[in-house]
Design a protein around this ligand. Structure first.
Ligand code: PHE
Length: 343
């Protein structure tokens, strides 16, 4: 093939060459511009051509080589995205901080209590926040005229079709009923959840708050079992070993009690937390009333059990020195961020 013909062919090849991948571009580079490539051999042969041909083809050859080289660099820039910084990105800007999330203070307390009871065989149960009268009141032995059913305390949800009204559950005791209706003893559950009461919102109380309910039903469960369990809890959760049970009243437990832990009176904070008594009110509790067991289809001659229920807000406020209960519900990130380190 004459030198003129070879240059003519090369010109056509280079002009029509296309690369759609970085690999194809590299193949082209090796084939034409590599150390054993087409240009290399042409330049070697060029030395042997006549001076007339040198004059004719020298410039064309050089131009073709430059063209081939610029094609390769253009393809590589377009096709190899790893090597192509976006002109609109300022690589000198500081990176965006990827802040870790934080557990909500209520979740921290809740998970801790779940762990404590999990260790002694309790599992978590749940129920709906919108409840019917049966699960929130009737099955729990609330007489029809009980003041807790009154508009003062309960948020009612009217059925527009005149059917049964629903309520926002006023306590997690409704989950006791749901569990006993669906599970056979032995039952060992704790039920954390949101509850609602129609109360004025202030720094100390809110119409929404959280409770954890506990329920243990089996053959031969006694008041002493309850006391032991609550002592274990007080130790694990507060690090306090002394508790007391004061007589109290709930329609669904008999006998009923309030459990206090002995907090101590060593410093000013202890005085404030315990209102100068040294004792901290922690929860309501009692032996499940036989009438409640029967309402839920459990034979009260064979089985007995205890239940307890405690609020979480007060513990969270104490633990983290939160001065106003409303902060717990506002979800202000400046507040929530502070718990990043707590988990
Ligand atoms: N449900 C009661 C309350 O909200 C607490 C409680 C639960 C008391 C279980 C006794 C047994 O105050």
């Amino acid at each position: 093939m004459s030198f003129a013909k070879r240059i003519e062919t090369l010109k056509n090849q280079i002009e029509s060459a296309q690369a759609t991948t970085a690999e194809e571009a590299e193949e082209f580079r090796i084939k034409y511009l590599g150390s054993k490539g087409v240009f290399k051999s042409l330049f070697v042969d060029f030395k042997q051509v006549t001076s007339e041909e040198k004059r004719l083809f020298g410039k064309t050859l050089n131009l073709l080589k430059t063209k081939a080289e610029s094609k390769v660099s253009q393809w590589k820039a377009e096709l190899n995205t790893h090597q192509k910084p976006d002109a609109n990105v300022d690589l000198t800007r500081p990176g965006m901080l990827n802040e870790p999330g934080a557990k909500h203070p209520i979740s921290i307390i809740k998970d801790e209590i779940i762990d404590i009871f999990h260790a002694i065989g309790f599992s978590v149960a749940e129920g709906p926040e919108i409840e019917d009268d049966w699960h929130n009141f009737s099955a729990l032995n609330f007489p029809p005229e009980h003041p807790a059913r009154d508009m003062q305390d309960t948020f009612f949800i009217k059925d527009p079709n005149g059917g049964e009204d629903f309520v926002l559950r006023t306590h997690t005791s409704s989950v006791q009923v749901r569990t006993m209706e669906t599970q056979k003893p032995p039952i060992r559950i704790i039920a954390p959840g949101r509850v609602f009461r129609n109360e004025a919102v202030s720094a100390r109380s809110h119409c929404i708050f959280h409770q954890i309910e506990g329920l243990y039903i089996d053959k031969g469960v006694t008041f002493a079992d309850m006391k032991q369990t609550l002592e274990y809890f007080a130790n694990a959760f507060f690090g306090k070993s002394k508790i007391r049970l004061r007589p109290s009243y709930f329609p669904f437990t008999e006998p009923s009690a309030e459990m206090d832990v002995y907090w101590g009176l060593e410093n000013e904070l202890d005085h404030r937390i315990t209102k100068g008594t040294g004792w901290l009110e922690v929860m309501g509790c009692g032996m499940v009333d036989p009438a409640v067991l029967e309402s839920c289809g459990i034979d009260s001659e064979t089985y007995s059990g205890f239940a307890f229920g405690m609020g979480l807000e007060r513990s969270a406020m104490q633990r983290f020195q939160i001065p106003d209960i409303r902060m717990i519900f506002e979800n202000d990130t400046r507040f929530l961020k502070q718990f990043q380190s707590v988990i």
